[in-house]
Design a protein around this ligand. Sequence first.
Ligand code: GRG
Length: 292
Amino acid sequence: MKEFFEECRQIIDRQLDKLVPAADVEPTRLHEAIRWSLFAGGKRFRPALVLAAGRTFGAPDTKLLCTAAAIEMIHTYSLIHDDLPSMDDDDMRRGRLTCHKKFNEATAILAGDALQVFAFKAISDDISLTAETRLRIISELAAAAGTPEGMVAGQQLDLEAEGKNVSIETIERIHRSKTGALILASARAGAIIAEAEEAELRAVSAYAANLGLLFQITDDLLDITQTTDVLGKTAGKDATAEKATYPGFYGVEGAKDLAGKVHAEIVGSLENLDRDLEILRQLADFILLRES
Ligand code: GRG
């Protein structure tokens, strides 16, 4: 997995570098801010998932790269906006100052806005894909990033749940939209580009929906068990902000048990596929065992 992630990082970073304006293009402050957050060393998990799903079903990397980079741009926009004083008000992200701390709030808002539109432009302009595929991916990605089941809706519900005793159904609803929708869209985009069959698309969707849930459960656990240094963002923030989390509801041991069960379901959802599934299985193991 380490080698796979390193390979992904290199090819995705090269693609991102082509898709966003250079730092010396006017308005330079805005482009510096975009690059500050984009090239700050995130895990590149979502683009890695696009590549993993796409390769599993037979797509060449050349067809996957723009979409993978676009999803990383949407993810980075969401992190920049999530860190703003009006949202989670954070000083550290990806091991360095958050965008609004390094630049200013207005620049950070605009950097996020620009990344979001660059993402959709990148897919619209991707001539390696048919117009129909581009449109389908844009539509799925817009739904995953937006409302009522997507990331923005999840963020709203997450903010509204702060300080409240919410049900496990609400916690799951928040996380499936806030974190899970983009992860699901990443795997589906790879499979759609590869022209996977309907049954394969259904299986990979079940896999990725639970992978998103697992990602959030481990994210909640790491917030408690890891240090700020290792995470590159403020540890312990969920408790301080009284966030609705899995360990908050089940306790740390209960959340770890749940992670194990969700992991088993993820692996199970791939059972009937006649493909080389090693990389998708290893990705699920990586999320279960990740340390940052
Ligand atoms: C502001 C529209 C809007 C949405 C924000 C993504 C998000 C919704 C909030 C981020 C806060 C957070 C910690 C969410 C939990 C899961 C998550 C998305 C973690 C960050 O993703 P990683 O770990 O980050 O993949 P890197 O930096 O590795 O890319």
